[in-house]
Design a protein around this ligand. Structure first.
Ligand SMILES: NC(=O)c1ccc[n+]([C@@H]2O[C@H](COP(=O)([O-])OP(=O)(O)OC[C@H]3O[C@@H](n4cnc5c(N)ncnc54)[C@H](O)[C@@H]3O)[C@@H](O)[C@H]2O)c1
Length: 459
């Protein structure tokens, strides 16, 4: 690492953490120790190089300002497939860490990285993020839903006691239409916001990363007999009933509604439908059938989980989780204010006095007119990245933040407030849709925080 960066990193960590950092060190935690590869580029380690981890690696391989110097996985095949990306790019292989479930600790202690990306199954995110922050890393974690409120507090407390930043990798916040609509919200095109809708509505019955290949069980097989996400994700539908994956929907609308920046989530209530989708899928699948052992499983997850959130400033948000029925993909956004609304499912809007009243008008022209300045600037770079370019933006914001140790664009308070929807919705459903209150993870700072998300000219 360059001397300047080391000085800067050290100074800003200390300034950011203040007395909390001192307290952390008194408790025996390692000081966040700035480190950097010898060539002056940001050195990044990746924990979990399955489908998502490798797509991040691919993005990072295109960049000149950073390099992936270390990778970790429990599966040698995943490490090998990741290595192939480096071979193809003609770049030196990273050091691979393969020592079982906690091989990542070896990487954190010995790899000399500056920053970490966590792309493991959900149950590993918090533990890994905490250890990574304690090791002084600028830490990014993939999306998920939390298991408990305590876990969300642990993320916040570790950030505050170590001074290490946590970047929550919610890529949908950077979707082009979503950013154009954020721009419209900020310019009051919809008037004062009243109601928002969103969700994760994605048919995952065949677990997408199978690519439809029948030899992987097509989603009928899971856990040890499954492949990719079927190895861990389906089991959540067996044992849990709640909104298991809230952040692709809630992230974008939370930024539009200034959550943790002048507004906050106050309480929610959730309701789950009956669950039939996965059972029917297994029974009717050519590799399943009524006598297949998995046909006997009772899935706890309701097929459609609906959550309503009340915000401090009076807005309501409806959030859907719908992954186990046949349906086309849609995040179901609706952004509605005193002057009109936009919906993504019909890609249309109505703005009073500007478009025909009582009718939908196609949104394309409006989205072009309000195209976010960052999309205008980076359109070319984002072109080839996954999910329509938004994956380029989320990695770009993370890398630029990590290079200067800047506060994360999507920070630990966002992560905690969005992830906690999962345990809160589980609790509400278990209590017959009783309202449950959100913790204030900002400890009152939401009153004064300003919304600076995507308002710079770099990220
Ligand atoms: N933002 C998005 O658009 C998007 C898309 C896909 C997945 N994701 C998220 O990314 C994460 C990973 O999903 P995926 O699709 O890559 O799953 P995956 O199953 O393809 O990959 C997970 C990898 O983690 C490894 N792993 C498991 N336990 C480990 C441990 N203890 N230490 C190290 N490695 C371990 C597995 O061997 C596997 O290679 C999840 O949180 C998922 O929700 C996000």
């Amino acid at each position: 690492m360059s001397v300047n960066r080391r000085k800067f990193l050290g100074a800003s960590l200390l300034a950011g953490a203040g007395s909390a950092l001192t307290a952390g060190n008194e408790r025996g935690m390692p000081k966040p120790s700035p480190r950097r590869s010898a060539n002056g580029k940001l050195a990044i380690g990746i924990l979990g190089v399955g489908g998502r981890g490798r797509s991040h690696v691919q993005q990072l391989l295109y960049r000149e300002d950073c390099e992936v110097t270390a990778i970790n996985d429990i599966d040698p095949k995943a490490l090998e497939a990741c290595n192939q990306l480096f071979v193809k790019a003609g770049k030196p292989l990273p050091k691979a860490y393969l020592k079982g479930d906690r091989g990542y600790l070896d990487l954190l202690q010995n790899a000399g990285t500056d920053a970490i990306i966590i792309a493991t199954p959900w149950e590993w995110h918090t533990e890994m993020a905490i250890e990574s922050m304690k090791a002084g890393m600028y830490t990014a974690t993939e999306v998920a839903g939390a298991f408990s409120l305590d876990e969300c507090w642990e993320l916040v407390n570790t950030h505050e006691s170590t001074g290490s930043h946590l970047f929550f990798l919610e890529n949908v916040n950077y979707r082009r239409d979503v950013m154009a609509v954020l721009n419209m919200v900020r310019q009051q095109v919809f008037g004062e916001l009243i109601h928002l809708e969103c969700g994760y509505q994605h048919d995952l019955r065949d677990v997408k990363f199978n690519n439809g290949k029948q030899e992987y069980g097509g989603g009928v097989e899971f856990n040890d007999r499954g492949f990719h996400e079927a190895r861990w994700r389906t089991q959540h539908s067996v044992l849990r009933n709640g909104d298991l994956y809230p952040t692709h929907g809630i992230g974008p609308v939370a930024m539009m509604a200034d959550i943790n920046r002048g507004n906050r989530f106050v309480y929610l209530t959730s309701m789950a439908s009956k669950g039939r989708g996965l059972h029917d899928y297994i029974v009717n699948h050519p590799q399943g059938g009524p006598d297949h052992p998995n046909a006997k499983i009772e899935f706890k997850l309701g097929d459609v989980v609906t959550t309503m959130i009340k915000c401090n400033n009076g807005e309501t948000i409806t959030l859907f989780h719908d992954t186990n029925l046949p349906r086309p993909y849609s995040l179901g956004f609706r952004v509605q204010g005193t002057k009109g609304l936009w919906m993504d499912v019909n890609q249309s809007l109505m703005i009073e006095g500007k478009t025909k009243s009582h009718e939908w008008t196609k949104a394309d022209e409006w989205l072009r007119k309000f195209d976010h300045p960052l999309w205008k600037k980076y359109e070319k770079q984002a072109e080839n990245a996954g999910h329509g370019g938004m994956d380029w933006f989320v990695i770009h914001s993370f890398v630029e933040g990590a290079k200067t140790n800047a506060p994360a664009a999507i920070d630990v308070y966002d992560a905690a407030s969005w992830l906690c929807i999962t345990p809160l919705s589980e609790e509400s459903i278990a209590l017959g849709s009783h309202p449950v209150t959100f913790p204030d993870f900002t400890r009152g700072r939401w009153l004064k925080n300003k919304n600076t998300f995507a308002s710079g000219d770099l990220y």
